[in-house]
Design a protein around this ligand. Structure first.
Ligand code: MN
Length: 198
């Protein structure tokens, strides 16, 4: 299974990130995580569980709760499921060097249906380039679509779009107003400070 690329990019003697020998899914509901990552360029890593891996996108502006926003989501490699628990500091000269916060986390439901109203598997949706999920996080809730761009300058990139449902809210701006880890309650600065002391 496809975490080889993930392992090849990292030296596990130097980084505290989890190794690629992934645990299996807990089985009930798939998980998602959004990690705020203060690397060279601050971004949000959006990861959803598909077939025992975390499919991942780098979202420079982070998720929006406004359905009229379309956020650029650049696909990055698969990550092991354990990665959803990682918060800490990746050493500067390592791959992805910088501080990582578990900004939001939870389970989700696949809601992508075909024309006959039958659910399309997550794997198939991902291959088709249109994933639709109902997220149950602390900050981010409700329907989100991930759509792959099939032509033009953006080809190969995806868009992350809030679906227009009862969780949509154009006035909320969680990436600027909700700045703490849902796991530890820490800010990026606090994570950086505490991890470099230990
Ligand atoms: Mn990242």
């Amino acid at each position: 299974m496809g975490n080889k690329d993930y392992e090849e990019k990292r030296d596990f003697n130097k980084t505290d990130e989890p190794k690629g020998d992934s645990k299996k899914s807990s089985g009930d509901q798939p998980i998602f995580v959004i990690q705020k990552h203060d690397a060279n360029q601050l971004h949000y890593d959006f990861r959803i569980e598909i077939d025992d891996s975390l499919k991942s996108w780098s979202v420079p502006k982070g998720p929006s709760t406004d359905p009229s926003d379309k956020q650029m989501a650049i696909p990055t490699g698969d990550h092991p499921l354990d990665y959803a628990d990682f918060e800490g500091v990746i050493p500067e000269d390592e791959y992805g060097g910088g501080t990582v916060m578990i900004w939001d986390k939870g389970t989700f439901e696949n809601i992508k249906k075909d024309d006959n109203g039958n659910l399309i598997s997550l794997k198939k949706s991902y291959e088709n380039g249109t994933v639709e999920v109902n997220l149950k996080g602390e900050k981010i809730k409700g329907g989100y679509a991930l759509v792959e761009m099939e032509s033009g300058d953006m080809e190969g990139n995806w868009l992350l779009i809030k679906m227009d449902d009862d969780k949509a809210d154009a006035r909320r701006n969680p990436t600027s107003t909700e700045n703490k880890s849902v796991e530890s309650g820490r800010t990026l600065n606090e994570i950086e400070k505490e991890e470099s002391e230990s």
